[in-house]
Design a protein around this ligand. Structure first.
Ligand code: SF4
Length: 260
């Protein structure tokens, strides 16, 4: 079975490989929203020994008392790891009934285990438990469950809480400003190279705007702002995006700085 994943999920691995190849830096940890919380991504981060502060679907729901106290949810059923069975709310053992394998677009293989109750007929809890005609079946991905457990521990520790509190402020606010305040909702060019250039120029302009605001604040506080600082920051930024382009853009930035 081929697994259908959205572009966000598939983009994590190339994102993580970029800083290593481009800046020769290896990030120790990754902080991201639940769009990236797939088994394949967790496995990749685990293999690379990165701390994954990566949320998964239902992470926030799991924290709610209503979810934790719902005895019918598959996530809350007791699992006997030694003999490989779940225990349903009525106390029946749900034994393994089959396995389904799937493969992602990147070729990552994962496996779902299917467990089934033996006899749901006449059970007084059936109305609250499930709506299927036969006996209740649940699908469990044991590998993903264990990655989620690790992610939950990281996300709820002191360091994880600090990362979670900073994530909405640092990246999301910038995208909000670019899209809503600056009305930049579509790229103006086609093709990977042109789009890279398109976004690089936008990012430079955005950073220059931030530096300009800092400069104005310094001025208001009676400190002496310098153009030199702005120039250096832009130059370093372009150098990071594309060392080849940084040489070409140097005269342009010098001109801009002289004009400022
Ligand atoms: S309906 Fe079936 S699975 Fe649900 S509690 Fe009753 S016996 Fe268990």
């Amino acid at each position: 079975m081929r697994m259908k994943e959205d572009a966000t999920t598939l983009s994590l691995i190339p994102f993580m490989e970029q800083p290593e190849s481009r800046y020769n830096q290896k990030p120790e940890a990754l902080v991201s929203d639940s769009g990236y919380g797939s088994e394949e991504n967790y496995a990749f981060l685990d293999e690379k020994q990165k701390r994954a502060y990566v949320k998964y679907n239902w992470f926030h729901k799991e924290q709610k008392r209503k979810y934790r106290n719902n005895a019918f949810l598959a996530d809350n059923l007791y699992y006997n790891e030694k003999d490989d069975y779940f225990v349903c709310p009525m106390g029946q053992h749900m034994h393994l009934a089959g396995k389904v394998s799937s493969q992602s677009e990147n070729g990552y293989r994962s496996q779902l285990h299917i467990y089934q109750a033996q006899r749901c007929t006449g059970c007084p809890l059936r109305g609250s438990c499930h709506k299927s005609k036969g006996n209740r079946r649940i699908e469990v991905n044991h590998v993903l469950r264990s990655y989620k457990r690790k992610a939950r521990e990281l996300l709820t520790c002191e360091e994880g809480l600090r990362h979670r509190s900073r994530r909405p402020i640092e990246p999301e606010a910038v995208f909000g400003q670019i899209k809503a305040n600056k009305h930049y909702k579509r790229f103006r060019h086609f093709g990977k190279d042109l789009i890279t250039m398109d976004f690089a120029i936008l990012a430079i302009a955005f950073n220059m705007g931030k530096i300009w605001n800092q400069r104005q604040k310094k001025k208001d506080n009676g400190e002496k702002p310098t153009n030199h600082q702005i120039f250096l920051r832009c130059w370093r930024f372009v150098g990071k995006i594309s060392p080849a382009h940084s040489k070409k853009i140097l005269p342009l930035l010098q001109h801009q700085m002289r004009a400022a």
